[in-house]
Design a protein. Structure first.
Ligand code: COA
Length: 144
C-alpha cells in the first residue's frame, strides 16, 4: 500500500537515490544533505515522500518565502506512475501552503520537458508567458 508521509531528514539517502534515477531532474549543491536538511527545517510540513512497502517511490519539496509557495523536485518512480501519485504529492504541498495562508505556488519546468509540462497543465497549473525567469548566482563571495 502506498503511503504519503512527511519528508524527514532521515529519508535523504533514499530520496536522493530516487532523484538520481529520475530523468529530467537536475541535482546541484543546493541538493546536498546539509542543504536539504536546512530546507526541511525552514519549511516544516511542506515536503513529502511516498513509500510502498517501505520503499521510497515518490518525493516532492515544498517551501515558501512567506509570501508565495515553491514546489520542486517532484519525482515518482517509473513503476508507480500514472496512478495519481504525482498529483497527490503536489496536492499535499498546496494543501500545506494553504494552511499557512499562501494562495499561490510557482514551479520551474525546463522547456524541453514536454511530458512534465503536460502533467502540470493537467493537474491545474498554468503556463506563464508573461514573465521571464531571471537569476543571479555566484554573488555570495562578493556580498558576504
Ligand atoms: C511527472 C511525474 C511526477 C508524474 O507523476 P505521476 O504519478 O505519473 O502523475 P499522475 O499519475 O498523478 O498524473 C496525473 C495526470 O497527469 C498527466 N500525466 C502524467 N504523466 C504524464 C506524461 N508522462 N505525459 C502526459 N501526461 C501525463 C495525465 O493526465 C495524468 O492523468 P491520467 O493518468 O489519468 O491521464 C512523473 O512522470 C515523473 O516523476 N517524471 C520525471 C520527473 C519530472 O519530470 N518531474 C517534474 C519536474 S518539473
Amino acid at each position: 500500500m502506498v503511503e504519503i508521509l512527511p519528508f524527514s531528514p532521515s529519508d535523504y539517502d533514499e530520496v536522493m537515490a530516487l532523484w538520481q534515477a529520475t530523468e529530467g531532474l537536475t541535482l546541484r549543491e543546493a541538493d546536498s544533505r546539509d542543504a536539504v536538511t536546512r530546507y526541511l527545517a525552514r519549511n516544516p510540513r511542506l515536503s513529502f515522500i511516498a513509500r510502498d512497502g517501505g520503499r521510497v517511490i515518490g518525493a516532492v519539496l515544498g517551501g515558501t518565502d512567506g509570501r508565495r509557495g515553491y514546489l520542486q523536485h517532484l519525482a515518482v518512480a517509473p513503476t508507480h506512475r500514472r496512478q495519481g501519485l504525482g498529483r497527490s504529492l503536489a496536492g499535499r504541498v498546496l494543501e500545506g501552503l494553504g494552511t499557512l495562508g499562501i494562495a499561490k505556488c510557482h514551479l520551474f519546468v525546463r522547456r524541453e520537458q514536454a511530458e512534465a509540462r503536460e502533467f502540470w497543465e493537467r493537474s491545474g497549473w498554468t503556463v506563464r508567458d508573461d514573465v521571464t525567469l531571471m537569476s543571479h548566482s555566484d554573488f555570495a563571495a562578493t556580498n558576504p
